[in-house]
Design a protein around this ligand. Structure first.
Ligand code: C5P
Length: 239
């Protein structure tokens, strides 16, 4: 778990287009969680200035914009994102080796403030059939492993994956590769549209470094209390 400190393991997904609500959540969660994840919905609604305001609350920002374009464009987008001083940001590994290298070169320009670059392998909304329809043969897991290895070998620091995939991808990519896992549900919380969820403790035991949790925290009556409970589960499960 090289790059992720114990206090940075829980990121809360701010999946809302409402900057005021996102800011209120940051106020409640500062000091409790490792940071917040800003995805395309909130970024598109609030803009970089909005993200900067969220970052000004002191919470590290995981900028999950999933860049996927030609190498020059992705390199320039990463360079532009550095102004927001993100803790982590995502690019699609399917963009290829040159694209990932361009992203890594751009990120390196931030020096000591270099964000962790996280690769998106196969979206978990894809199954084998959906993948085959895009022209990619073979099971999802094999393709995810291929893209994970490609990410590791071309300057990325880690990938996002389902906790169920974590043991295989950990074995493939080694102990220092950062595994970021969504699809987490505390034991006490019922299911929603997420399938095959795991508890925070299970995710840690399966090898996750960084856990992304959204609605179980953002939808709770007391988000700070819900976050503290998840953080405690993570801490109890091990280093
Ligand atoms: O609310 P919930 O905990 O399901 O939110 C999980 C977050 O992780 C959302 O931002 C979702 O888009 C993201 N995510 C996911 N599954 C993936 C990749 C990202 O749930 N495979």
């Amino acid at each position: 778990m090289a790059a992720i400190q114990p206090s940075q393991r829980l990121f809360v997904a701010l999946d809302t287009p409402d900057e005021a609500r996102a800011l209120a959540l940051c106020g409640q969660l500062a000091g409790v969680v490792g940071g917040v994840k800003v995805g395309n919905e909130l970024f598109t609604a609030a803009g970089p200035a909005g993200v900067a305001r969220l970052g000004a609350t002191g919470l590290p920002v995981f900028l999950d914009l999933k860049f996927h374009d030609i190498p020059n464009t992705v390199g320039r987008a990463v360079r532009a994102a550095l102004a927001l001083k993100p803790f982590m940001l995502t690019v699609h590994a399917a963009g290829g080796v040159a694209m990932m290298r361009a992203a890594a070169e751009a990120a390196a320009e931030a020096g000591a403030e270099r964000p962790l670059l996280i690769g998106i392998t196969v979206l978990t909304s894809m199954n084998d059939e959906a993948l085959a329809a895009t022209g990619v043969a073979g099971p999802v897991l094999g393709h995810a492993e291929r893209l994970a290895r490609l990410s590791r070998d071309n300057g990325l620091d880690g990938i996002t994956c389902s906790a169920h995939e974590a043991p295989l991808l950990r074995a493939a990519c080694g102990p220092d590769f950062v595994l970021v896992t969504p699809g987490i549900r505390p034991a006490a919380v019922g299911g929603d549209d997420q399938k095959r969820t795991v508890t925070p403790a299970e995710a840690v035991r399966l090898g996750a470094d960084c856990l992304v949790v959204g609605r179980p925290i953002t939808g709770a009556d007391d988000p700070a209390a819900a976050a503290r409970a998840v953080a405690a589960e993570i801490a109890e499960a091990g280093p």
